[in-house]
Design a binder for this molecule. Structure first.
Ligand SMILES: Nc1ncnc2c1ncn2[C@@H]1O[C@H](COP(=O)(O)OP(=O)(O)OP(=O)(O)O)[C@@H](O)[C@H]1O
Ligand SMILES: [Mg+2]
Length: 387
């Protein structure tokens, strides 16, 4: 058994004692050879930090529940994610999973500060990322004063690739994120990207239908094998990363129904331009003077490599990092046709996202037959996955 898992059980045992005796625990768990430092907040503390979870402090709402800005007693700004009723699970399971997540630290991953599991409340406390998510800044319709010049975009793309490569290749067991998309990429004050929401699927009770209820807003990022058959592998994450990479370079959402029909799907459009030899036409015109068109086209090609229909052809994330940083030449790589959203137009989204912050709608082609199911087994499917 994994070292951290073994220690997490010790942690849970100690935590259970703390709850039984109604005490607040901090920096619990000192194993024999490892130390975990999950801070446990009381509900009251988080209520105060968020001014009673006031509407004014609400910064977003996603498939797992609402997110509030909060300030802890020591002045630290935090994002407080209140998991909705469907996300509730027993204290023991919740804390076990949380301990595993809190162990995972990387410059390009959001840091879990602590949690609360009092009564029926299940709350996660994260570092507050002041520049918000890529979906609200780079891709959002409302005004953002952030200038995403080319250097900033390179930093974001490479940072996200490194964070995902870390989850896929450096953690045992690996973590498949399952929900790589612009709203799950948060930015700190220096525009360092941080991947959020990794490990969350493990916090859901086994009967929660988190995938099918949240697919609608995420559809453009989903590899077809995931969208249609529910097959979750590292390669489905890599597909989502590829779509995100196209968004970062083009400054466009993966789907935009206000555009003429042939331009609505970013991946489809990028592939068409690639075949015509005009890839540069999809590069964001707002990038500014530091644009390196050659490098931008290279990034687009990496995005196309990641979204190829044949899963086996999509490069691993460590290879993607090398491609983006120039230590692996891709000029000899053959890029084959991507898996396009229009190829699976019969896909049914069984229910709409519940109050999700995602507002994109999908075009007149309706998605009307298949329900997304839990993952099939696959040689690449790991035991630890995340939404
Ligand atoms: N650590 C954080 N710092 C600052 N803002 C955050 C943080 N975490 C989340 N947010 C904000 O809250 C919003 C909602 O986040 P949440 O993860 O609940 O939903 P989502 O990412 O839009 O969708 P999904 O549930 O599919 O991940 C985000 O888009 C972001 O704007
Ligand atoms: Mg999120």
């Amino acid at each position: 058994m994994r070292e951290t898992q073994r220690n997490s059980f010790k942690f849970v045992a100690k935590m259970s004692c703390c709850f039984l005796f109604g005490k607040r625990a901090q920096h619990v768990v000192e194993g024999d050879d490892d130390v975990h430092s999950v801070k446990v907040f009381s509900y009251n503390e988080l209520r105060k930090a968020t001014q009673d979870f006031s509407g004014a402090n609400k910064i977003g709402e996603g498939g797992f529940g609402s997110v509030f800005r909060g300030m802890l007693k020591d002045g630290t700004l935090v994002a407080v994610k209140v998991l909705s009723a469907t996300s509730r699970q027993g204290v023991r399971e919740f804390l076990t999973e949380l301990t595993a997540i809190s162990d995972i630290k990387h410059e390009n991953l959001v840091t879990l500060v602590g949690c609360c599991a009092e009564g029926s409340h299940r709350i996660l406390v994260y570092n507050y990322l002041e520049k918000n998510s890529l979906s609200q800044t780079l891709l959002g319709s409302s005004y953002s004063n952030i200038q995403f010049n080319w250097r900033a975009r390179v930093k974001i793309a490479v940072g996200v690739a490194r964070g995902l490569a870390f989850l896929h290749e450096e953690i045992r067991p690996p973590i498949i994120h399952r929900d790589i998309k612009a709203s799950n990429i948060l930015l700190d004050k220096d525009l360092t990207p941080k991947i959020s929401d990794f490990g969350l699927a493990r916090l859901l009770p086994p009967n929660a239908t988190h995938v099918s209820t949240r697919v609608a807003g995420t559809l453009g990022y989903l590899a077809p094998e995931y969208a249609i058959r529910g097959q979750v592998t590292k390669k489905s994450d890599i597909y989502s990363f590829g779509v995100l990479l196209l968004e970062i370079v083009s400054g466009r959402c993966n789907t935009n129904t206000r555009l003429p029909h042939e331009d609505q799907f970013l991946l489809e459009k990028t592939w068409a331009l690639y075949e015509q030899g005009h890839l540069d036409e999809i590069v964001d015109v707002d990038i500014g003077d530091d644009l390196d068109v050659e490098e931008a086209c290279l990034f687009l090609k990496v995005g196309l490599l990641c979204t190829q229909d044949a899963m086996a052809r999509r490069p691993h994330m460590t290879t993607v990092v090398r491609m983006l940083t120039g230590s692996k030449n891709i000029s000899m790589e053959k890029i084959t046709r991507p898996a396009l959203i229009t190829d699976f137009a019969e896909l049914k989204v069984s229910s709409k996202p519940q109050g999700a912050s995602e507002t994109r709608s999908y075009p007149s082609r309706s998605f009307t037959t298949t329900e997304v199911t839990e993952p099939f087994s696959s040689s690449e499917t790991t035991t630890q996955t995340s939404m």
